[in-house]
Design a protein around this ligand. Sequence first.
Ligand code: NDP
Ligand code: GUE
Ligand code: MG
Length: 298
Amino acid sequence: MSEAAIIDGKAFAEGLRGRVAEFASQFEARAGRKAGLAVVLVGEDPASQVYVRNKGKQTVACGMNSFEHKLAADTGEADLLALVEKLNADPAVDGILVQLPLPSHMNEQKVIATINPDKDVDGFHVVNVGRLATGLPGFVPCTPLGCVMLLKDRLGSLSGLDAVVIGRSNIVGKPMAQLLTAESCTVTVAHSRTKDLPEVVRRADIVVAAVGRPEMVKGDWIKPGATVIDVGINRVPAAEEGKTKLVGDVDFVSASQVAGAITPVPGGVGPMTIAVLLRNTLVAAHRNAGIVLDENAI
Ligand SMILES: NC(=O)C1=CN([C@@H]2O[C@H](COP(=O)(O)OP(=O)(O)OC[C@H]3O[C@@H](n4cnc5c(N)ncnc54)[C@H](OP(=O)(O)O)[C@@H]3O)[C@@H](O)[C@H]2O)C=CC1
Ligand SMILES: Nc1nc(=O)c2c([nH]1)NC[C@@H]1CN(c3ccc(C(=O)N[C@@H](CCC(=O)O)C(=O)O)cc3)C=[N+]21
Ligand SMILES: [Mg+2]
């Protein structure tokens, strides 16, 4: 029996993509071209191939161009950097996403540093990290921005709430903590060295789990009524022999007995990540073309 409200990220993402599609068609009418997203995939990781295929389909469905570049796993770093430079210079490309992780012979930071910050729709370039840290307009990483959209839709103002972010990665935990700070939450960042994690989590009105450990956060860690955002995407063996399923970093069955609201996996944060990527690409297109867009309207 599930007591918490289920935060339907899939439905929210559909609505967001609908707004992106409206503004994308207005952009096309005004700019005389479609907004464009280039996605670069190096290697044949099956999960990455699924994400890239989904991104491509949804980009086109929103009335934008999708440019997919698939490189062999043994591609040299210099060849990838040359492709990124080519995309930087291509006026049809508004956003560039290089799917991570990259093969181990490549330096991810160097590749990200080569992306033009004004096309960095992932928000991973140090220029965008610095803009977020100082409150300047830039690009915010898609997953944490999607989480904040869901939280504000659910709770309205987040001001004064106690938030715990579990995880301190550059792509989720750190930017998540910064966005919640900007929303005037009192933020605690927990990680693998945190002492007594269950006790830290029990203080929180908002829990964001971005750990990469299947079902680690248990129901008896959750303050009754808290809002739980589960970023984790973990593929684990299913009951049926040979099959797998996706689970989050939160033990959904026990946490949903206690939480006020919770995101499911799948159907929670994951679909938001792609929808926000499309939103960021549309924002990039307007900025790059010098066309004014009310960014709060989408
Ligand atoms: N839904 C989506 O769109 C996305 C989902 N993800 C998913 O989110 C999860 C996190 O991703 P990412 O941030 O890249 O992962 P990382 O592996 O980069 O970071 C994991 C963080 O969790 C911390 N951690 C690990 N073990 C524990 C523990 N036992 N207790 C407390 N903290 C712990 C680590 O601490 P320390 O720093 O001390 O090592 C680290 O800060 C993964 O499941 C990933 O698949 C990621 C991106 C997008
Ligand atoms: N440069 C870069 N940017 C990223 O944003 C990026 C990346 N690299 N590498 C991998 C991670 C992971 N990620 C997800 C996107 C969508 C879902 C998603 O749509 N999930 C669905 C389920 C999909 C399924 O069934 O596999 C859901 O949760 O409902 C999940 C995870 C983006 N990432
Ligand atoms: Mg990582």
